[in-house]
Write a new protein. Sequence first.
Length: 148
Amino acid sequence: MTSSRTMPSRPNPQLSTSTWAKLGLRTAIVSMIAVLAVQAVALSLWPEIAGFAPLNSYPRSALFVVIPVMLATLLLARLGQRQARAVQRFMLISAVVLLLSFIPDYVLPLPGKTLLASSVAAFLHIVAALTTVGMLVRGYQRHTHYLD
């Protein structure tokens, strides 16, 4: 007779709401600075891309960084409460969202759209994703001492 024994899954350590808020705020600030710095360099190298609507406004760029960071923070917090492998699931979802975020830059008929302008906008998505995912995951793991 063999007994089948399943190991109970280890519950994910939980972060407080204030810890998530601080982590999200720090992530938003760093991601916003990174994106705006890269945008400024790109605009100085290729001034003609300023005609492309997604690249011609720093406040709009900042907003389009802050909102996804807040959503990503909420997503990781939720996954951390409910998923055994929260970080891996978060990274997979983040990769899919990043790939989908490229579509509008190349497909939407916006004024001033060129291959270069669309590619710079897509690169800004990559900068935002790397800083956001990196900071949230490292922050989550640092605060929970949990590596999944």
